[in-house]
Design a protein around this ligand. Structure first.
Ligand SMILES: Nc1ncnc2c1ncn2[C@@H]1O[C@H](COP(=O)(O)OP(=O)(O)OP(=O)(O)O)[C@@H](O)[C@H]1O
Ligand SMILES: [Mg+2]
Length: 310
């Protein structure tokens, strides 16, 4: 029998559906994962084996094959641990397989069976909702997933045992509530600036029209000070903008504790930052500073020193 559960692969901020198929058959005792996974996906075997052991479930002495379909789509990251473990649990009868068909699942496993947070839970939740699925994600990311829709089913267990108990009906998990980060202290305010009327006017025009600003002046004239106060006069985020920036920050793994923030981003990368840090990319493509500043301010202090982009 083949058990299938749904998960996602990320392409930018898009979450593409991925099918995790598990088959347990007679033959030599091996546990293989195929389907164009990277090193983290290959290593998930060991985490899944240890986490299932910690949950009191021994893997059967049989051949276990895991396929991540579509087989030609590259799979990156550690969020395949949980869907693989859950599919294996369903294949050995620890949870009912038919209960899983209505969920998209992502999460990383620790060796002791706890489910640890991963990046990209918000786009995964939105994709799951669009497919009419619920979402199973790590407990810490529950507050992020709950933003996708008010009436979608979100399960945020802390461990494999909690999830098994939920499906058994012995310890039913509640729906997490959407989390918003508490504002930490006041942000720098434009009213701190003495005089500089024309510079302040320029800042206001740039804020209102969404223009770029290039500041030029003698040292100590207040250029850095003015620029860092630009967010204080930007309009509040609309719900749509909030969602857009949260998707980017979620994929970049920058939503601490699964909480969204309603402040516009202010990114001030150092001038020694590499090209990949600024524009994104790298082996595991992540958004760079430019994408992270979307709908906010990208502050390049000491602009001529930026050798990466000049
Ligand atoms: N108009 C002003 N109102 C209040 N404080 C000011 C003003 N201009 C400068 N300052 C003070 O001077 C300090 C230095 O300013 P800032 O670092 O913004 O200068 P800068 O133009 O960026 O200089 P540099 O070219 O050396 O980077 C500020 O932190 C602030 O304390
Ligand atoms: Mg300066």
């Amino acid at each position: 029998m083949v058990v299938r559960v749904a998960t996602v692969a990320f392409e930018g901020i898009e979450a593409r559906p991925v099918d995790v198929q598990v088959q347990i058959s007679n033959g030599s005792v091996v546990f293989t994962v195929v389907g164009l996974g990277d090193k983290a996906v290959g290593e998930s075997r060991e985490r899944v084996r240890a986490a299932l052991n910690a949950a009191g479930l021994a893997l059967p002495a049989k051949r276990i094959t895991v396929n991540l379909a579509p087989a030609d789509l590259p799979k990156e990251g550690s969020h395949y641990d949980l869907p693989i473990a859950i599919a294996v649990m369903a294949a050995i009868g620890a949870i009912p397989a038919d209960a899983l068909s209505a969920y998209t699942i992502l999460g990383e496993l620790a060796l002791d069976g706890t489910i640890t947070p991963v990046a990209g839970v918000l786009p995964a939740a939105i994709a799951a909702n669009a497919r009419g699925h619920g979402l199973i994600c790590p407990r810490e990311s529950g507050g992020e997933a709950a933003w996708a829709s008010q009436d979608m089913d979100v399960l945020a267990p802390g461990s494999l045992i909690q999830l098994a108990n939920h499906f058994k009906g012995t310890q039913v998990l509640g729906r997490p509530t959407p989390a918003m980060r508490a504002q930490t202290g006041p942000q720098p305010d434009l009213r701190d600036i003495k005089g500089q009327e024309s510079a302040k006017r320029a800042l206001e025009i740039a804020a209102a029209g969404g223009h770029n600003l290039l500041m030029n002046g003698p040292p100590g004239a207040g250029k850095s000070m003015l620029a860092s106060r630009l967010p204080s006069i930007l309009p509040p985020l609309t719900p749509r903008e909030l969602l857009e920036i949260s998707l980017i920050h979620s994929v970049a793994g920058q939503l601490a504790g699964g909480a969204l923030t309603d402040r516009r981003p202010f990114r001030a990368p150092h001038h020694s930052a590499s090209m990949a840090a600024l524009v994104g990319g790298g082996t595991h493509a992540k958004p760079g500073e430019i994408s992270l500043a979307h709908q906010g301010v990208l502050f390049l202090d000491e602009l001529p020193e930026f050798h990466g982009i000049m």
